[in-house]
Design a protein around this ligand. Structure first.
Ligand code: HEC
Ligand code: HEC
Ligand code: HEC
Ligand code: HEC
Length: 226
């Protein structure tokens, strides 16, 4: 009876040890946890998630014929923006004036496609989750509302001169915020022809293309103070 007592005491201690060890082991794991999306077949770092957003269409983009007659150019693209990175104005009539956005706009701007009545391809919205479109995108009619002024448009970054060596991947000359979804602007029939990507099927764009670091240029040389 006494021996049984001692054995069960040790068994208890052993079980407690395993339980505590197990608990602290998983606690330790949690500290080193890198948040990724929960679908284990599709592990993505959240800040880079946008890069993969339209990647299921990548092969369609690669096979799509180019409709040269209706291609946009970068100067068309920038004519419609107050400055690089500004929300473009709406160049077409707005169907129902009472509506702020959502499906009124997304029926054309979610996936794009040719629109006969405007004789153009609808550009794909890089941010279909921001549904109050007209909070930021205003009609072009407001042109006459402003007095003449000295506002000068900053010129956009250069294209075609962003790589270190011939044939190496060019650096990303623009901000990444609100431009996470690379394929929405760089692929498909509405992409300006100068920036149409020749390889939409390499979906992990930021694996090869790194942003030019504006901060590093403006901070100047780092000098250590003793
Ligand atoms: C019937 C389809 C259709 C609907 C609906 C539609 N659009 Fe468009 N949108 C287009 C097309 C086509 C273009 C390209 C026009 C051009 O290039 O001349 C365009 C261009 C734009 C642009 C300019 C994009 C750029 O890169 O310069 C903005 C902004 C825009 N639309 C916003 C909206 C908003 C906001 C709504 C909802 C109120 C909306 N659109 C509804 C077809 C549509
Ligand atoms: C919070 C403000 C905001 C909201 C809301 C918003 N947009 Fe934008 N949108 C922008 C800005 C800013 C840009 C320019 C991005 C850039 O050049 O980096 C832009 C760019 C675009 C473009 C041009 C893409 C291209 O080819 O360059 C389209 C099309 C567009 N938006 C459509 C929409 C539609 C449709 C909605 C509603 C479903 C919407 N946006 C909601 C701010 C907004
Ligand atoms: C809102 C539309 C838009 C989005 C989204 C976008 N870009 Fe761009 N990208 C442009 C435009 C416009 C240019 C031309 C230069 C400029 O105006 O910044 C450009 C230029 C570039 C260039 C330089 C090309 C050359 O030949 O010099 C690279 C590389 C690039 N983008 C990569 C990316 C990557 C990678 C992403 C996704 C993280 C991305 N872009 C998202 C619009 C976009
Ligand atoms: C495996 C590396 C790699 C990946 C991934 C990659 N690129 Fe590139 N990219 C390159 C190289 C290399 C060049 C230069 C090609 C040349 O000079 O012929 C280039 C060139 C470009 C250009 C200039 C125009 C052109 O096509 O030559 C753009 C824009 C661009 N890439 C955008 C993108 C986008 C958007 C993605 C994601 C869909 C992407 N890249 C994914 C390596 C890559």
């Amino acid at each position: 009876m006494k021996r049984l007592g001692i054995i069960s005491l040790f068994v208890l201690l052993f079980v407690a040890f395993i339980a505590i060890w197990n608990y602290s082991y998983y606690q330790g794991l949690e500290e080193a946890y890198i948040p990724t999306t929960h679908d284990s077949s599709n592990l993505i770092i959240p800040s880079e998630e946008g890069v993969f957003k339209r990647s299921k269409y990548a092969l369609d983009y690669a096979k799509m014929p180019i409709d040269e007659e209706h291609q946009r150019s970068l100067s068309d693209y920038y004519n419609n923006r107050a400055f690089p990175g500004a929300p473009p104005s709406v160049p077409h009539p707005i169907e129902k004036d009472g509506l702020i956005g959502e499906n009124t706009c997304l029926k054309c701007h979610d996936n794009g496609g040719f629109v006969q009545k405007y004789d153009a391809y609808a550009p794909v919205s890089p941010h279909p989750e921001m549904v109050n479109c007209r909070q930021c995108h205003v009609a072009q009619l407001s042109k006459g509302d402003f007095k003449e002024n000295y506002f000068v448009k900053k010129s956009p970054p250069k294209v075609g001169d962003n790589n270190a060596l011939l044939g190496s991947p060019p650096m990303i000359p623009h901000q990444i915020q609100m431009r996470e979804n690379c394929l929405s602007c760089h692929a498909g029939s509405s992409a300006p022809k100068e920036i149409l990507v020749s390889h939409p099927e390499r979906v992990n764009c930021r694996q090869c293309h790194v942003p030019t670091s504006v901060d590093a240029n403006t901070n100047g040389l780092f000098i250590r103070e003793n």
